[in-house]
Design a protein around this ligand. Structure first.
Ligand SMILES: [Zn+2]
Length: 370
C-alpha cells in the first residue's frame, strides 16, 4: 500500500461525500466524515491514517470530553460500511481500484488509553466494474446501499438464510397461510347458504374479508419476496430515516445438497440520479401499467420522472416516451449544467420554483421548439 493509493482512496471518499444526497446526508456523522478525510489528507505517514478522537477534535468537542464526537464517529463508521458499493462504483469510474475503509483499530482500556481508529484502503468490488461508456444511452445506473441499523423487525429478517429449519418454517408458513385462506373462503361460502338474515350474511362476509386481508398483508410479502427475488420492504422494516428500502432474496454462494442455491434475505436500498433533474431516484411499487413491478421514482418529480428498475443489471430507463425523447436530446442536462444547483441541493424546491426550472417546463420548451 503506498501513499498514492491511500490518497486516491481518500479523494474517492471526499468525492462521495460531496455528492451524497441520500438519507441523513449533511447530518453530524457525515460532517464528521468530511472532517476526518480532510485531516487524513494532511497526514504525514505514508500508508494509513491512524487517529484517536482527540486527533480530529475541534475545541467545542472537548467540552463533554468528546462524548458526542465518539458517538458520531461510531455512527459514521457504521454508515460508511453501508456505502461500499457506491464507493466502489465511484472509484472504478475514476480509474482507481481501491476505496477508503474506516475501522476501529484498538479498544481503549481506561486510564487515558483511548480507542484507536484507522483509515486504510481496500480493493473496490471488481464485480461492480462497469465502464460508464458501456451503459446504454438513456439508461441510469442504480447504486446499492446496505441498510445499516435496521429496526427490530428488519433485524429479524435481514441476513436470514433460507436453509434448514428456516427454509422448512417458511414453506410451512406459506402452506399454513394458504390453507387458512382456503378455510376462510369455505366459511364464507357456507355463510351464503346458512345465514338466514341479510345482516348476519353481511357480518359473516365482512369477518371473512378481514381475516383474508390480514392473512394477505402478513404473509404475501414472504411469498412475493421468495418468488420475485426483490420487493419493496414493508414500512415496518424501514428505518424512520429511510424513505424506501427493498427486501432482496439473494444467493449466498452456498448450495443445498440438491444443488439448488441457498438464498438469504437482505435489506437494501437502491438509488440513482434522475437524468432530467439530477434529484435522487428511489425504488417504489409501480402503478397502472407498471402494476406488479418495481420502478424508480424521482424525489423531485415522482409522478413524471419514472424509470424501470432491474436489480441484476442495476440499470433503468425512463418509462414515459416524451421524457425518453427529452433525455435523448440532452436538453435537460444542458439546463442542469448551466443553471440548476448540484445534485446535493437538487431537492431545493424553492430554488427551482424561483427559477421556473421545472422538468415540465423543459418538456414544454422542447415541444414548442424552444
Ligand atoms: Zn427528476
Amino acid at each position: 500500500m503506498d501513499k498514492n493509493q491511500l490518497d486516491n482512496a481518500i479523494r474517492c471518499g471526499q468525492e462521495f461525500l460531496a455528492s451524497y444526497a441520500g438519507p441523513k446526508a449533511g447530518t453530524r456523522p457525515y460532517q464528521l466524515l468530511e472532517r476526518l478525510f480532510e485531516n487524513a489528507t494532511r497526514r504525514t505517514g505514508p500508508d494509513t491514517f491512524e487517529f484517536t478522537w482527540k486527533d480530529i477534535a475541534e475545541p467545542a468537542d472537548h467540552e463533554d470530553e468528546g462524548k458526542q464526537l465518539k458517538r458520531n464517529l461510531s455512527t459514521a463508521i457504521q454508515r460508511w460500511a453501508g456505502h461500499t458499493d457506491a464507493l466502489s462504483e465511484l472509484a472504478i469510474d475514476s480509474g482507481s481500484s481501491c476505496i477508503p475503509v474506516i475501522e476501529q483499530l484498538t479498544q481503549g482500556a481506561g486510564a487515558g488509553i483511548m480507542n484507536r481508529y484507522i483509515i486504510r484502503t481496500a480493493p473496490a468490488r471488481s464485480d461492480l466494474q462497469c465502464d460508464k461508456a458501456d451503459i446504454p444511452a438513456g439508461y441510469i445506473r442504480y447504486t446499492l446501499e446496505m441498510v445499516d441499523g435496521p429496526n427490530w423487525v428488519g433485524r429479524l429478517v435481514n441476513g436470514l438464510a433460507a436453509k434448514g429449519w428456516v427454509w422448512r418454517s417458511m414453506i410451512g408458513t406459506i402452506v399454513a397461510a394458504v390453507t387458512c385462506a382456503c378455510f376462510m373462503i369455505y366459511l364464507g361460502l357456507l355463510a351464503l347458504v346458512l345465514e338466514k338474515t341479510a345482516f348476519g350474511l353481511i357480518k359473516a362476509l365482512i369477518d371473512v374479508l378481514i381475516v383474508l386481508a390480514a392473512l394477505y398483508f402478513t404473509f404475501s410479502p414472504l411469498y412475493y419476496c421468495v418468488t420475485r427475488r426483490i420487493i419493496k420492504a414493508s414500512f415496518l422494516m424501514t428505518p424512520l430515516d429511510l424513505q424506501s428500502t427493498q427486501l432482496e432474496y439473494v444467493e449466498t454462494g452456498q448450495k443445498h445438497s440438491s444443488g439448488r442455491p441457498i438464498r438469504q434475505f437482505r435489506l437494501v436500498s437502491y438509488s440513482a440520479t434522475c437524468q432530467l433533474c439530477k434529484a435522487r431516484v428511489e425504488i417504489e411499487n409501480g402503478r397502472w401499467r407498471m402494476w406488479g413491478r418495481l420502478v424508480g421514482r424521482c424525489d423531485y418529480n415522482p409522478q413524471e420522472h419514472v424509470y424501470s428498475f432491474d436489480y441484476t443489471t442495476r440499470l433503468g430507463r425512463l418509462i414515459y416516451p416524451e421524457y425518453i425523447m427529452l433525455a435523448d436530446t440532452g436538453y435537460c442536462s444542458k439546463i442542469n449544467d448551466e443553471k440548476l444547483p448540484s445534485a446535493s441541493s437538487a431537492n431545493d424546491t424553492n430554488f427551482r420554483d424561483s427559477q421556473g426550472l421545472t422538468a415540465e417546463g423543459c418538456v414544454a420548451d422542447v415541444q414548442n421548439g424552444g
